[in-house]
Ligand binder design. Structure first.
Ligand SMILES: NC(=O)c1ccc[n+]([C@@H]2O[C@H](COP(=O)([O-])OP(=O)(O)OC[C@H]3O[C@@H](n4cnc5c(N)ncnc54)[C@H](O)[C@@H]3O)[C@@H](O)[C@H]2O)c1
Length: 340
């Protein structure tokens, strides 16, 4: 079956991402020649696991964000020590974005930097989390506040893993896939799933290559995220990230239209890609509190000068600061959101 190979061009830290069915069998291509041992970091419910030629051990970490913690990093470091993992060896993260973020950060800190290979098993992991080298864990004050940039030696996206991915997790991934439709002018819907995932990886790889440390263009990957983060927080995280991103992109389209940056046709295109093609919700189930959402959006990490959004416009998607509350109100009205 066809597989796709995408290069993430980062000079001496460049690497490949392999997308396709059964590509987990290529894992040895990414194991460094010097490595004698590997620690596989994964979770109990991950259905695919690699077979490595070198001596290996598997360490299971807990499921859910609460285990994306410094306690898990300490536990892993302890296991690395017991197994005798050296800096010439390798860590292999096998799972969704939570696992690859944790395995990546454990590898980045172990002996101040040990090679890591990722096997992404969720759709979010494949099109986003495993590519680009952002690793980290949560602390009580917030998500992903402790971390490091640590590029993997390679990434495997084996589509066979998606057979066991729970439907809600699949929807979250589709929210991110939908995002890539608007980052370029491509019609990704034309492509079959494996080629579409590969194209998403290629788009992300290009953005990362141009802005490895997120000082500019990488912020575009946050399309739909300003309202999404506020929705996640105001729903006490009962709304999943990908679901919130889908609604956030619809909101961003209405906002861009209210600011006369895009036409009604482009807004309609958001509904047809997000709602019709991917079957995602285009507004929250619950009534919303606009004031609270606006307050939360003011706290967004990108909000350096006033309310900041990633918005579509005549020159494509870009970061726009100083958005007025009047425009936000117009966008909320256009979405016909019910308020409490
Ligand atoms: N580093 C980055 O650039 C980046 C980008 C986006 C998201 N993230 C992070 O990624 C995480 C979200 O990733 P996610 O959506 O993959 O969540 P996740 O890793 O928590 O996985 C969601 C659930 O799906 C299960 N799962 C994963 N693959 C499976 C499979 N093949 N079969 C059955 N179950 C499977 C997991 O065990 C978990 O229960 C968040 O922590 C987020 O902060 C990081």
């Amino acid at each position: 079956m066809t597989s796709h190979k995408i290069n993430v061009a980062l000079g001496e830290r460049s690497y490949s991402v392999i997308v396709g069915h059964g590509v987990i069998n290529n894992i040895d291509d990414f194991v460094p020649k010097m490595a004698k041992r590997a620690v596989v970091v994964t979770q109990k419910n991950i259905s695919i696991q690699p077979t490595l030629k070198i001596e290996s051990t598997t360490v299971f970490i807990g499921d859910t964000e609460e285990h994306k913690s410094l306690t898990t990093i300490e536990m892993l470091a302890q296991k690395f020590a017991e197994f005798g993992l050296t800096r010439n060896d390798v860590v292999v993260g096998v799972g969704g974005g939570m696992v690859t973020d944790v395995a990546g950060f454990a590898a980045a800190s172990w002996h101040r930097g040990t090679p890591v290979v990722h096997v992404a098993t969720s759709l979010v992991g494949m099109v986003d989390a495993s590519v680009g080298g952002k690793t980290g864990v949560n602390i009580e004050s917030g998500k992903n506040l402790v971390g490091a940039f640590w590029q993997p030696l390679g990434v495997i996206c084996d589509l066979d893993a998606l057979k066991t991915l729970p439907p809600r997790e699949m929807r979250c991934g589709l929210g991110e896939v939908a995002k890539y439709h608007f980052l370029t002018g491509d019609d990704l819907l034309e492509l079959e799933m494996s080629a579409r995932i590969a194209r998403c990886v290629e788009i992300k790889a290009k953005i990362v290559s141009e802005d490895e440390r997120e000082s500019g263009g990488r912020a575009l990957l946050n399309y739909g995220h300003t309202l999404a983060h506020a929705l996640e927080r105001s729903s006490n995280f009962s709304m999943a990230h990908g679901e919130a991103v889908a609604v956030g992109m619809i909101f961003a389209a209405h906002l861009a239209h209210a600011m006369k940056r895009i036409s009604q046709d482009r807004v309609d295109e958001h509904y047809s890609v997000i709602g019709d093609a991917y079957g995602l919700k285009v507004k929250p189930d619950e009534t919303i509190d606009r004031r609270k959402l606006i307050q939360l959006m003011h706290l967004d990490k990108k909000a350096i000068s006033g309310l900041t959004f990633v918005l579509d416009g005549p020159s494509g998607i870009e970061v726009v600061s100083g958005v007025s509350e009047a425009h936000l109100e117009q966008a909320f009205d256009a979405m016909q959101l019910s308020e409490n």
